[in-house]
Write a protein that binds this ligand. Structure first.
Ligand code: ATP
Length: 355
C-alpha cells in the first residue's frame, strides 16, 4: 500500500478511525499518534471500545472510516488492509495463550521459523535472559506461575522483532502486587529494546505507571489523549476528571478567571478561565488537595474512613450538599462523626461550568 510522506514522523498514526460490528460504529473519530519507543494506553470503562481499537490496529477488524499508518506505511483504509500477519505487530493477551504442549523455549521459538537452528537457539537464550526466565527454558507452561507465563508470552511476541506490541489487559489475571511489579518490568523491557506498545487496561494506576501517553475513552470516543500528569491535573472534561484519579465536585461561583468561591472558602489556582464573574461552576477537589490545619475554621464531619496502611482516605461532609475526600497520613487518626479542621491547598484549579 501507499507509503506515507517523509514528514510523517510517527511510528503509529491513527487518523479519524471508525469501526464496529453489525450496523453500528462502536468507536469513531479516533485520533492518536505514537513516537518510536513510546508506550501508549487505551484506558476506559468496560465496553467503551478499547479492544475494538486494538483489533483494528492488529488488522482483525476492517475500518469504516479513517486510516492507520505504521512505520511509514498505510496499513488500513476502508476496504483495504495489510493482513495481520504482514503488519509486524506482536500481541500479548490476558490469558497468555501459550501452547501447553511446548516448553518455554519452544513457545518463544515458535515465531522464529525463518532462522536456522543455531540462530534460533541464540535468540531464544537472549529473550529468556531479557524476561529473566533462563532457568525455566525446559518447563511447560502449566508448571509456571501466572506472572512467569505472561513473561513467556511477552518473549514470544518480541521474538520476531515486531514494530509494535499490543498488550490486551495482560495483567488482569494477576494479583495486585505482581501486577504492579510485572507492569514495571514490562515497561523496562520495552524501553530497553526501544519497542513501541499499546496497552489496553481499565486500571488507571497501571496506565500511569507504565505508559507515556494515555487515551481516556468513553462510549467509543477519545475524551483526552495526553501524558498521565495532564490527565490528572488538566482533565479536558468532567468525565476525565472523574474517571482519572480520585475526587469529587463541590459547587462554586466564579469570582475571577483564577478564583472560585465555594463552601470550602475561596479556591485559587494556576489556570485562567474565561467565564464572567458569578458563573456557577463545579470545582474538582482531589483527596490530596485537602490538608489538616488545626487553625482552620472549616470543620467538616468524617462520614467514611478507609484505612490503607501508610494513609487513610476520609470522606467528609460539610453540609447536605457538600462532601469531599481527603487523604491523610495514617497517624492522623480521626473517628467517624468527628469534626476535623481542614483547608484546601490546591494549586491546580479544575472547574467546569455547571449545566
Ligand atoms: N464481536 C463482536 N460483535 C458484536 N459486538 C461486539 C463484538 N465485540 C465487542 N462488541 C461490542 O462492542 C463494544 C465495545 O467492546 P470492546 O470489547 O471493544 O470494549 P472494551 O472497552 O475492550 O471492554 P472490556 O474492558 O470489557 O474488554 C461493546 O458494546 C461490545 O458488546
Amino acid at each position: 500500500m501507499a507509503t506515507v510522506q517523509p514528514e510523517d514522523h510517527w511510528l503509529l498514526d491513527v487518523e479519524d478511525l471508525a469501526c464496529g460490528y453489525g450496523s453500528h460504529n462502536v468507536v469513531s473519530q479516533i485520533n492518536l499518534s505514537l513516537s518510536q519507543g513510546d508506550i501508549g494506553c487505551l484506558l476506559g470503562p468496560s465496553g467503551c471500545g478499547k479492544s475494538t481499537i486494538l483489533r483494528a490496529i492488529a488488522g482483525f477488524l476492517p475500518l469504516r472510516e479513517g486510516r492507520i499508518n505504521l512505520a511509514g506505511q498505510v496499513i488500513s483504509l476502508p476496504g483495504k488492509a495489510v493482513p495481520p500477519e504482514k503488519r509486524r505487530i506482536g500481541m500479548v493477551f490476558q490469558d497468555y495463550a501459550l501452547f501447553p504442549h511446548l516448553t518455554v523455549a519452544e513457545n518463544i521459538a515458535f515465531g522464529l521459523r525463518g532462522l536456522d537452528r543455531a540462530e534460533r537457539q541464540q535468540k531464544v537464550r537472549e529473550l529468556l535472559d531479557l524476561v529473566h526466565l533462563q532457568d525455566l527454558a525446559d518447563e511447560h507452561p502449566y508448571a509456571l506461575s501466572g506472572g512467569q507465563q505472561q513473561r513467556v508470552a511477552l518473549a514470544r511476541a518480541l521474538a520476531p522483532e515486531p514494530t509494535l506490541i499490543l498488550l490486551d489487559e495482560p495483567f488482569s489475571n494477576l494479583d495486585a502486587d505482581l501486577r504492579r511489579r510485572l507492569s514495571l518490568d514490562v515497561r523496562d523491557i520495552l524501553k530497553t529494546l526501544g519497542i513501541s506498545a499499546i496497552l489496553v487496561t481499565h486500571d488507571q494506576q497501571e496506565a500511569f505507571a507504565m505508559c507515556d501517553q494515555v487515551a481516556v475513552l468513553k462510549e467509543g470516543r477519545i475524551q483526552q489523549w495526553d501524558v498521565p500528569y495532564n490527565l490528572y491535573h488538566e482533565p479536558a472534561n468532567r468525565f476525565v476528571a472523574s474517571f482519572v484519579g480520585q475526587g469529587g465536585f463541590v459547587k462554586g461561583r466564579a469570582l475571577g478567571p483564577d478564583s472560585i468561591e465555594s463552601e470550602l472558602g475561596v479556591i485559587q489556582g494556576n489556570r485562567a478561565y474565561t467565564w464572567p464573574p458569578g458563573t456557577l461552576v463545579d470545582v474538582l477537589i482531589r483527596p490530596d488537595d485537602i490538608v489538616y490545619d488545626a487553625d482552620s475554621p472549616l470543620r467538616p464531619r468524617v462520614v467514611e474512613k478507609t484505612f490503607a496502611g501508610t494513609s487513610t482516605l476520609y470522606r467528609f461532609r460539610l453540609s447536605a450538599e457538600t462532601e469531599f475526600e481527603a487523604l491523610f497520613r495514617s497517624h492522623l487518626d480521626f473517628r467517624l462523626g468527628e469534626q476535623v479542621p481542614v483547608r484546601v491547598a490546591a494549586d491546580h484549579l479544575i472547574a467546569f461550568e455547571r449545566t
